[in-house]
Design a protein around this ligand. Structure first.
Ligand code: E4P
Length: 215
């Protein structure tokens, strides 16, 4: 399973790259708002920090403007994937941008039918938001199961990036279901490596090594 890092922070991305776990990056306007500097400079810095896709979100409302914005974003680097919220106008833009060789990621997906429409439009990636669904008492991972089943039934090539991940269980279940990718905040990446029994085990080994080392 590919791991994308859900961040606009180059410092965070560098940490994930150093660990060897980062295959790409997803950003959104909320993540950009936490950083300083222009969006364009942030995208350039993220592209320099990783050899992989960097998802940059278009914020226009109508298809023509989304296409223009997407083309401008794509000029920054061929690593840029244009992230487009799912809507009729958004999918019109997806179809056009993909036909011109610009990769798209359809985002803010909350239903299997939205994911089907994104695949029909030719999106390279789709981002279903599991954590935000969980927050409304709907099981987010059921959405992933359904999208993967539909895509497998008809051999769609659109890759599912499980998004809005809040904890290691989301990641475990995404991997068990065979999702193509998951996008993780750095905090969750760090949680994936830890277990309290490992910490206890290391402490005990160090204590015992103290008895051996002085001999
Ligand atoms: C996906 O690409 C989004 O940037 C992200 O996963 C949203 O997560 P949130 O629900 O924690 O904001």
């Amino acid at each position: 399973m590919k791991i994308f890092i859900d961040t606009a922070s180059v410092a965070e991305l560098n940490q994930a790259v150093a660990l060897g776990v980062a295959d790409g990056v997803t950003t959104n306007p909320t993540l950009l708002a936490r950083e300083s500097g222009s969006a364009e400079q942030i995208y350039r810095d993220l592209c320099s920090a990783i050899d992989g896709p960097v998802c940059a979100e278009a914020v226009s409302a109508d298809a023509k403007s989304i296409i223009q914005e997407g083309k401008k974003l794509a000029q920054i680097s061929n690593q840029i994937v244009v992230k487009i919220p799912v809507s009729k106008e958004g999918l019109l833009a997806v179809k056009q941008l993909e036909s011109e060789g610009i990769r798209t990621n359809v985002t803010l997906v909350f239903s299997p039918m939205q994911a089907l429409m994104a695949a029909k439009a030719g999106a390279s990636f789709v981002c279903p938001f599991v954590g935000r669904l969980d927050d409304t008492s709907q099981p987010g991972m059921e959405l992933i199961e359904q999208i993967l089943a539909i895509y497998n039934n008809y051999d769609y090539e659109t890759e599912v990036i499980v998004a809005s991940i809040r904890n290691p269980l989301h990641v475990r279940d995404a991997a068990l279901m065979g999702a193509h990718a998951a996008t993780l905040p750095l905090k969750v990446v760090e949680q994936l490596m830890r277990h309290p029994l490992t910490d206890i085990g290391i402490e005990k080994f160090l204590q015992d090594w103290g008895k051996v080392a002085g001999r």
